[in-house]
Design a protein around this ligand. Structure first.
Ligand code: UDP
Ligand code: MG
Length: 323
């Protein structure tokens, strides 16, 4: 395994933020304390994902006072995956660590991440051992999703791994090359491969503010993830069709034999309706699933950018910058 050294290297934190002003000073204090002994140069890339509170103004002030702080302000709220993508593309470090602004990803863990990186791991991800800070319902739906995803996808997501991880520059560059607009980052992280290791940690509750994820959003997110990484829902209809055809053929044989043996049997309205309604429902489901994929193909084909940047602050190429 290749030995690496952190000396003279730069580590970039990438923090997507949507209305996180409340917890901002807490975040920077924790970051300062957690990284003081790391012996690497720091860069803190904050992505303002269309916040409606004072997040951007606060970040602007911080960037003016602290040369490690860089800000990418998106033109509106594009969602966490897009914000993360924007941050990964803007980060310049030799290692990059995506971090939630609410301190649910303890930055102290980066000490261990770095040690494993030095031992030759290209990706070191946090594994949530204790999700008791999430509600029971959220844990159950999350676990159902992971089982479904890993059952269907060829690129399983490690159990309970989130976006919190340390990635080598080579991995970040690989991610940047992926052209798709539907950025289901957990899936992409797994898809790129490289030498990976997990570090367990207990996930604390949000330090301040409230989660922007509703169940509706989470459901969309789950469908995004599944459709991005498996076509099984499309292919399953071939099997369903074959089984339905076999059942129909068997029923036909039974009916014909019955007519021949017992004679004509007129009443059959109820069974007929059941079969028709069932077949109709199946077709609608199949059409809906086709629609999910066709809709996503349409999104990709349009080639619209994943996000738009309104302003960059603190970067070497930003106008009027101190570099
Ligand atoms: N976030 C974002 N854009 C959004 C929603 C969330 O950039 O549209 C950020 C948010 O500020 C936080 C991170 O994504 O830094 C995780 O969000 P949150 O804590 O709400 O999610 P949860 O921890 O509940 O999964
Ligand atoms: Mg959170």
């Amino acid at each position: 395994m290749t030995a690496r050294t952190r000396r003279g290297r730069t580590l970039s934190f990438v923090v997507p933020m949507h209305n996180e002003a409340e917890g901002l000073s807490l975040l920077f204090d924790r970051l300062d304390a957690a990284t003081a002994a790391l012996e690497v140069d720091l860069e803190i890339v904050c992505v303002d994902d269309g916040s409606r509170d004072s997040t951007l103004a606060d970040l602007r002030a911080r960037a003016a006072a602290d040369r490690r702080v860089r800000v990418v302000a998106l033109s509106r709220n594009f969602g966490k995956e897009a914000a993360l993508t924007a941050g990964l593309e803007a980060a310049t470090g030799d290692m990059v660590v995506p971090l939630d602004a609410d301190l649910q990803d303890p930055p102290e863990l980066v000490t261990e991440f770095l040690t494993l990186w030095e031992q030759g791991y290209d990706v070191v991800y946090g594994v949530r051992t204790d999700r008791s800070s999430d509600t029971f319902a959220k844990r159950q739906t999350a676990s159902l999703f992971y089982r479904l995803f890993n059952g269907l996808s060829d690129y399983p997501i490690p159990d309970s791994a989130g976006d919190f991880r340390l990635m080598d520059r080579a991995v970040v560059d690989a991610l940047r090359q992926l052209p798709e607009r539907n950025r289901f980052m957990k899936g992409l992280f797994s898809w790129v491969g490289f030498k990976q290791a997990g570090v367990p940690y207990a996930r604390p509750a949000r330090a301040a503010g409230t989660s922007a994820w509703s169940y509706r959003k989470l459901f969309r997110f789950a469908i995004d993830g599944l459709t991005a990484f498996t076509t099984a829902p499309l292919r399953v209809w071939t099997g369903v069709g074959v089984v339905a055809a076999l059942v129909a053929a068997a029923a036909a044989v039974v009916l014909i034999v019955r007519v021949l043996v017992v004679g004509r049997d007129v009443p059959g309205y109820a069974s007929l309706m059941v079969v028709i309604l069932f077949a109709f429902a199946l077709q609608m489901i199949a059409l809906g699933i086709l629609g999910e994929y066709v809709g996503r193909m349409y999104q990709e084909v349009k080639q619209r950018p994943t996000y738009l940047v309104r302003e960059r602050i603190g970067f070497a190429d930003a106008p009027g910058d101190r570099a």
